[in-house]
Design a protein around this ligand. Structure first.
Ligand code: ZN
Length: 420
C-alpha cells in the first residue's frame, strides 16, 4: 500500500556536528526548498528518539517531511542539501537520508524511541519498503532517518522553532526574557517550557552555537503562534511549526523492580523502602521495593524543587516512579504518590514520675531521667506530620527532557488504574 498517490515521506537524521548545525534547521530549509519546487509539503515532524541511546546526537532529534510530488527529485534535493551543509568530515556526523513512497513499519519507530535499533535493521526495513536512502559516514544516521519516516504518533504536541540569520550564528542571542515570561503567562497551560517560572530562568533559548533562536512548545499550532507573536527578539531567518512526539512520554514503557534494562525509560510502581538521603552535590537517593526487588531512584541537583517532594517521602509510601534507567538507577522525571504511610519516629518518652523528657540510657537499656533518675523501657512513638500528599510531582521545566510529558497535559497514560 502506498502512502497516497504521489505522496512520500522524507526522513533525515544526524546532520548535527560539534559546531552545532541542527537537524531541524536542515529539515526546515529542505521543506522550503521543496515548496519552492512546487512540492506540496503536508507536515513537518520533529521526532525525538531514545534520549539514552549511545552515540546519540544532542537531544537525539530526527525529522520527517510528509509531501506530495516526485520522490526521486525530493531524494536528490535532500542529499544535495545534506552534502552542502552537514560537516561530513566530522567523525561524529553520520547523516542519513530516506525517501519512501511505501509505509515503513511503525514498530521500528517505537523501538527507536523506547530502546535501540541497529543500522542493519534499518537497511532491512528500507529495502523491504523499496525506499531510496543514503547513509553518510558510518551510516548510523539511517537509524533515526528510518525511525522518523516510520513514525506514527499515538499522541503529539507542537513546537514552533525560530531560526537565526546565518550571519548571527555563534553570536549571543537577542531574545527579551521579559517577553518570554509574558508569552508563557498569556498562553499557559496551552504552551509550556518557554520559561521556568519557579526558578526564574528562560528555558526555550539554547546556549549552543546552532541556528535555533528559540522554540515554543504547545498543544496546537494556534497556541504556539499566539505565544510566538508576543516574543521580542532579533529578526528571524526562518520559522517552522513542527508536529512532534515531545511532551508525550513516548520513551516510557511499563517496568517492574528488578527487571529494568540499562538505557530504557520506565514507569515503575513500588513502595518506598528507605529514608531519602541527600548526597554530595545535592543529589537525592531513595529506594523503592516491589516483589522483594529493590530499585534505587535518583533526583539529581538540576531537578531543583522536585527534590523537596522526594525528600518528603517515607518508608511505606506507595509511588509510581517515571524516568530513565541508567547506571543501575532510575533517574526520576516525575513521580506519583499513590498513598501515604503513617510515618512513625521513636523518641525518648517523658519521665514516668516527674514528666521531664528522658534520655537514652544506651542501646537496649531503655531511658533514664536526668532530673530524678527514674527509668523506663519503651520509647514514645511520634507520628510525623507529613508534608506531602497523594498526587503527581514533576521536575521543573529547566530540568525536563524533551520527551517527558508535562503534568499540564495530564498524567501519563501508561499508568493504569491497577497501579493506583
Ligand atoms: Zn524524672
Amino acid at each position: 500500500m502506498a502512502i497516497g498517490a504521489g505522496g512520500f515521506r522524507i526522513g533525515l537524521d544526524d546532520t548535527d556536528a560539534a559546531s552545532g548545525l541542527c537537524t531541524t534547521w536542515l529539515g526546515a530549509v529542505l521543506a522550503e526548498r521543496l515548496e519552492s519546487r512546487d512540492f506540496l509539503v503536508r507536515e513537518r515532524r520533529l521526532v525525538r528518539l531514545n534520549p539514552n541511546a549511545p552515540f546519540r546526537t544532542r537531544g537525539n532529534a530526527a525529522i520527517a517531511i510528509l509531501a506530495d510530488g516526485d520522490p526521486g527529485e525530493a531524494f536528490r534535493v535532500a542529499c544535495a542539501l545534506v552534502e552542502e551543509h552537514a560537516p561530513l568530515d566530522a567523525p561524529m556526523t553520520n547523516p542519513g537520508v530516506v525517501v519512501t513512497e511505501h509505509p515503513l513499519p511503525p514498530a521500528f519507530y517505537t523501538r527507536a524511541v523506547t530502546d535501540l535499533c541497529l543500522v542493519d535493521e534499518a537497511l532491512r526495513a528500507l529495502d523491504a519498503a523499496g525506499a531510496r536512502y543514503r547513509g553518510y559516514g558510518n551510516g548510523r544516521g539511517l537509524i533515526g532517518a528510518t525511525a522518523a519516516a516510520a513514525a506514527e504518533f499515538p499522541d503529539h504536541t507542537y513546537e514552533l522553532l525560530v531560526y537565526r540569520e546565518p550571519a548571527r550564528w555563534g553570536t549571543p542571542r537577542e531574545v527579551d526574557p521579559t517577553s518570554l515570561f509574558a508569552a508563557e503567562a498569556a498562553t499557559a497551560p496551552h504552551t509550556w517550557d518557554s520559561v521556568d517560572r519557579e526558578n526564574r530562568v528562560v528555558v526555550c533559548v539554547p546556549h549552543t552555537p546552532d541556528p535555533v533562536l528559540f522554540g515554543i512548545r504547545g498543544e496546537s499550532p494556534y497556541w504556539v503562534r499566539q505565544a510566538r507573536e508576543l516574543v521580542v527578539a532579533e529578526p528571524a531567518a526562518l520559522e517552522a511549526c513542527w508536529v512532534t512526539n515531545q511532551g508525550t512520554d513516548a520513551h516510557l514503557v511499563r517496568g517492574t523492580c528488578g527487571a529494568l534494562h540499562e538505557g530504557r525509560s520506565y514507569t515503575v510502581a513500588g513502595t518506598i523502602s528507605s529514608l531519602p538521603s541527600t548526597g554530595e552535590g545535592g543529589h537525592v537517593t531513595l529506594l523503592i521495593e516491589d516483589g522483594g526487588e529493590q530499585l534505587r531512584c535518583m533526583a539529581y541537583e538540576p531537578t531543583k524543587g522536585f527534590r523537596e517532594g522526594v525528600r518528603a517521602l517515607r518508608p511505606g509510601d506507595r509511588v509510581i516512579a517515571c524516568g530513565s534507567f541508567r547506571h543501575g538507577s532510575l533517574n526520576l522525571e516525575k513521580l506519583c504518590v499513590v498513598s501515604i504511610a503513617e510515618a512513625v519516629a521513636l523518641r525518648p518518652p517523658p519521665c514516668p514520675s516527674c514528666g521531664k523528657r528522658t534520655t537514652s540510657a544506651g542501646t537496649g537499656k531503655g531511658f533514664k531521667c536526668r532530673r530524678c533518675g527514674a527509668r523506663t523501657i519503651h520509647p514514645e512513638r511520634a507520628v510525623e506530620e507529613r508534608s506531602i500528599g497523594p498526587g503527581w510531582y514533576e521536575v521543573p521545566p529547566v530540568a525536563r527532557r524533551h520527551l517527558a510529558r508535562p503534568l499540564c497535559r495530564g498524567p501519563p497514560e501508561l499508568v493504569l488504574d491497577e497501579d493506583l
